[in-house]
Design a protein around this ligand. Structure first.
Ligand code: M6R
Length: 362
C-alpha cells in the first residue's frame, strides 16, 4: 500500500532514511563492516581490479561506487553498462572482482554480463534488492539492499541503498587492504551514520521544490551539469526527469558544455547545476555566468554559498557533508524535482509510458 502517500514514488523517496538506516545497522557494528563472508582477507589480497556492471539507475549507483572505490580503497575500479560489457572485451581474470548491481535481480543484460565475467574466472558479487532473484542465484556472493519492495518504475530508494553498500564495500576493502588509516575509517563511518538524518533534513525542502517544479512543466528540454561526483549525480537526476516527465534532458560535465552543446542554450532553457564539490565552486560560478549570458534559467543545488546564490536564478541549498559523500544528499532534491514536475504534467508517475519495472529482454 501507499501508506497515505499519493504515489509509490513519493513514498519510496521518503522511505530512504529508513532504508539506509536498516542497511547500515545490518552491516556496520562499531568499526566493523560485516562483509567477512563476502570477501575474505585472502580473496582481497588476490584482487587487483574491480568492475561494476549494471543498467540505468543501478549503473549510476555504480558510477558513485567507482568513485568510492578509487578514493577510499585506492583500488582500480571500472564501471560498465551491462548491455555493452560483453562487446568491450573486458580485461577479466581470476584477480578481477566483478560486482553486478540490480534492484530487481532480473535484468537480462546484467545477468548475461555476469555469466560472461564468471566464465572468464572473475569472482562475482551481486548487489540486489530481491531475495532469490536470478542475479542473486547466479553470483558467487550476494549482498542484499534493505530497501524493501520498490514499486514505482523510477528507482529511488534502491539507488541510495545500492550506493551505501558500494561505499561500505569500499571502506571495508580499504580497511582490510590497509589502504585506509584508522582515523579515516572512523571519520568515514561517522559520516555514513549521519547520512539518513541528513536526507531527512533534505526531504523537508519539498514545498520549495514543488514551487520550483512549476517553472519546468512547460519546458521541452533542459540540462544537468556538474563536475566530479556532481556529474555522476547529474546523470541520475537527468534520467529521473526524462523517464517520468518526458522532458528531454541531458547531463554534461560542466567543463564539456562549451565544446559544442552550449549551442543548444536559448532564452529560458533550464540548466540544473550541481555544485557540492567545495574546491570546484569558483569554476561552477564561472560556468553559471557563461550560461546566464546565453539566456539559461539556472537552478543550482549546492552547499549554501552566497556567491552561488547570487549568480543563480533559483538556489536549493543542501546539507553540508564531506565531498566524497555528497551524492547521497544532492540526489534528494533531484528526485523530488522530477516527481513534482511529473505530477504538474499529469503523468502517471508510478507507471510512465514505454517502461516496465524490470527489463528481461536484451
Ligand atoms: O532492476 P535493475 O536495477 O537491474 O534495473 C535497472 C534499470 O532498468 C532501472 O534502474 C531503470 O533505469 C529505472 N527505471 C530508473 O529509474
Amino acid at each position: 500500500t501507499k501508506n497515505g502517500y499519493p504515489h509509490f514514488m513519493l513514498k519510496e523517496i521518503f522511505e530512504q532514511p529508513k532504508a539506509l538506516r536498516e542497511t547500515i545497522n545490518r552491516m556496520v557494528h562499531e568499526d566493523n563492516i560485516g562483509f567477512e563472508n563476502i570477501l575474505s582477507r585472502e580473496e582481497l589480497e588476490k584482487i587487483n581490479k574491480v568492475y561494476i556492471v549494471a543498467c540505468g539507475t543501478a549503473y549510476h549507483a555504480g558510477l558513485q561506487g567507482k568513485y568510492a572505490l578509487n578514493k577510499i580503497s585506492k583500488l582500480e575500479a571500472n564501471v560498465e553498462v551491462a548491455s555493452e560489457f560483453r562487446y568491450n572485451d573486458p580485461f577479466i581474470d581470476e584477480r578481477t572482482l566483478a560486482i553486478f548491481v540490480s534492484q530487481s535481480g532480473e535484468t537480462l543484460d546484467t545477468l548475461e554480463a555476469m555469466k560472461e565475467a564468471k566464465s572468464k574466472g572473475a569472482m562475482t558479487i551481486a548487489i540486489t534488492n530481491v531475495v532469490g532473484s536470478s542475479i542473486s542465484r547466479e553470483a558467487h556472493k550476494v549482498i542484499y539492499t534493505m530497501a524493501g519492495p520498490e514499486i514505482a518504475v523510477a528507482s529511488t530508494k534502491a539507488y541510495t541503498t545500492q550506493m551505501i553498500i558500494l561505499y561500505l564495500l569500499a571502506i571495508y576493502i580499504g580497511k582490510n587492504r590497509n589502504t585506509l588509516s584508522k582515523k579515516d575509517l572512523n571519520h568515514y563511518l561517522n559520516i555514513i551514520n549521519e547520512i539518513p538524518n541528513k536526507i531527512e533534513q533534505e526531504l523537508k525542502n519539498k514545498e520549495e521544490i514543488l514551487t520550483i517544479s512549476k517553472l519546468l512543466v512547460d519546458k521541452n528540454n533542459g540540462f544537468y551539469i556538474g563536475r566530479g561526483l556532481d556529474y555522476q549525480t547529474a546523470l541520475e537526476g537527468s534520467l529521473k526527469m526524462k523517464e517520468i516527465t518526458y522532458i528531454h534532458t541531458e547531463a554534461f560535465p560542466s567543463g564539456e558544455l562549451k565544446h559544442g552543446s552550449i549551442a543548444l542554450i536559448e532564452n529560458g532553457t533550464p540548466v540544473i547545476v550541481l555544485a557540492t564539490q567545495k574546491e570546484l565552486i569558483d569554476k561552477s560560478i564561472s560556468n553559471i555566468k557563461e550560461l546566464k549570458a546565453r539566456g539559461a534559467f539556472v537552478i543550482t543545488i549546492g552547499f549554501d554559498n552566497e556567491n552561488l546564490r547570487a549568480v543563480s536564478d533559483k538556489f536549493i541549498p543542501v546539507e553540508n557533508i564531506d565531498n566524497i559523500f555528497s551524492g547521497f544528499i544532492s540526489i534528494i532534491p533531484l528526485q523530488l524535482l522530477a516527481y513534482y514536475t511529473s505530477i504538474g504534467k499529469n503523468i502517471d508517475v508510478d507507471k510512465p509510458r514505454n517502461l516496465a519495472k524490470s527489463v528481461t529482454v536484451e
